[in-house]
Each structure stands twice: as structure tokens, then as C-alpha cells.
Ligand binder design. Structure first.
Ligand code: MG
Length: 233
């Protein structure tokens, strides 16, 4: 049937946009995000931390990739207190960045160069707020290397919802969502990419979640890191 071969050609067409997650995907994490979670609870919710630290950390790890404020709201059950905890989280993360710096995932910049040389848009999406993301981007000098970045608040909702991807595609005039690739280190990234309608939704093993978790989440491929992405395009 001609329709089938056309569809197959469509899937293998050069993508117009690749959307990457930040922490654990393009930026090395090394446990900083999870440590910042525990710092935030210790500083703002000492009683909750005292009795429930294991439950809190298990949930934080499982929901890695989602909007941090949404995770705090779920765990604390109070929007205002969650906002306070989120501020403490971002502060703890920034303290870490200030003392140890930010490192890119090896090969991330080469992958960006590859995409740029093929005129493919590079998008970054995140669970961080804009001020934190900007500190990361500035410290890596990435603002000029990417097409755009989106935070949960700017798009509506964070992952697992596809809002950041929808906003990026709309801003870049990428009308056919199937003509995009989404790459991330968490199940939330995969869920967002599939709902968005990307033809390829790829898990990377350089961050929070495992191969098994990606397969369960129906990732279309799993690679060791973004360094392996050019070989798939
Ligand atoms: Mg991540």
C-alpha cells in the first residue's frame, strides 16, 4: 500500500527539532538534583523529613524529570509550603553549582554541533525554574548554541505533560510533531515526548532512570548518552 511506504519515509526524514532534557541528559547531574531535594526538605520541612525521609526521596527519584514545584506540592500537600521548599531546592542546587561548577554530559556539545550543521533546531526543556536554568546555560555558554529553552511555568505544565514541547514546536513553527525527536533521562521525558507525538522518543542512561524503566515507558530507543544520538539521525 503506497500509504505505508510514504509513512515509513516520513519517519526517516531528517527531524526539524530535537528536544533535550537538561539535568542527567545534556548536563551532568552526579546526584546534585537528588541531594538538593534532601537539602530542601531538611531546611524547610524538618518534621516531615524526620519521619518520612525515605518515602520522600523514593518519590523524588521516581518522579525525576517532572516539574520540581509539582513534586513538592504532591509531597507536602500545601502550595505555599511547596513554593518555599522549591526556593530552598533551587538555592541548594545553585550553591552546588557555585562551588563545583556545571559540566556538560561528554559528547553533548559535539551532538549540538552535529545538529546545527544539519540545520536541526536544538531545544532544551527542564524541571528547573528560569533563573536556575539561566545560571546553567550561562555557565556552559550555551545560549547561542541552542534554538531555545523552555521551563514549566513558561509553557503551562511541566513533564510528564507535553506543554514545553508544544510551546517549543509552536515558537519554532514546527507544525508536524512527528518530525521531531525527544531525548531525556527519565520516564517523565518519555511520557511527555509520546504525548507530544514525536516520532522518536529516546531514553539516555546518563541520568536518573534505567533501561528497564524506559522500555516499560515505551521509549522508541535507549542509548547510553546524547553522544550516541548523531548515529541515529
Ligand atoms: Mg533529567
Amino acid at each position: 500500500m503506497p500509504g505505508h511506504s510514504y509513512l515509513r519515509l516520513g519517519i526517516h526524514m531528517k527531524p526539524l527539532m530535537v528536544a533535550f532534557d537538561v539535568a542527567g541528559t545534556t548536563v551532568a547531574d552526579g546526584g546534585v538534583v537528588i541531594e538538593s531535594f534532601s537539602q530542601a526538605f531538611k531546611r524547610t520541612q524538618p518534621e516531615l523529613w524526620e519521619t518520612k525521609s525515605e518515602t520522600l526521596m523514593a518519590y523524588a527519584l521516581e518522579t525525576m524529570g517532572q516539574s520540581k514545584i509539582a513534586v513538592f506540592t504532591h509531597l507536602i500537600g500545601d502550595v505555599q509550603q511547596a513554593e518555599i521548599a522549591n526556593v530552598a531546592f533551587e538555592q541548594a542546587y545553585l550553591e552546588e553549582v557555585e562551588s563545583n561548577g556545571v559540566a556538560s554530559i561528554p559528547g553533548a556539545e559535539e551532538t549540538f554541533e552535529f545538529l546545527k550543521s544539519h540545520a536541526i533546531h536544538i531545544v532544551l526543556t527542564t524541571g528547573f525554574s528560569r533563573p536556575t536554568l539561566d545560571v546553567i546555560l550561562k555557565s556552559l555558554n550555551w545560549q547561542s548554541r541552542i534554538s531555545l529553552s523552555v521551563t514549566p511555568a513558561e509553557a503551562g505544565r511541566g513533564r510528564p505533560f507535553p506543554d514545553m514541547l508544544v510551546k517549543a514546536a509552536s515558537d519554532l513553527l514546527v507544525l508536524d510533531h512527528a518530525n521531531t525527536i525527544v531525548v531525556g533521562d527519565t520516564v517523565a521525558d518519555i511520557q511527555a515526548g509520546l504525548t507530544f507525538g514525536a516520532s522518536r522518543v529516546i531514553g539516555v542512561l546518563s541520568g536518573a532512570h534505567t533501561n528497564e524503566m524506559f522500555i516499560d515507558a515505551h521509549a522508541t530507543s535507549v542509548i547510553n548518552s546524547v553522544a550516541d544520538l548523531p548515529s541515529l539521525i
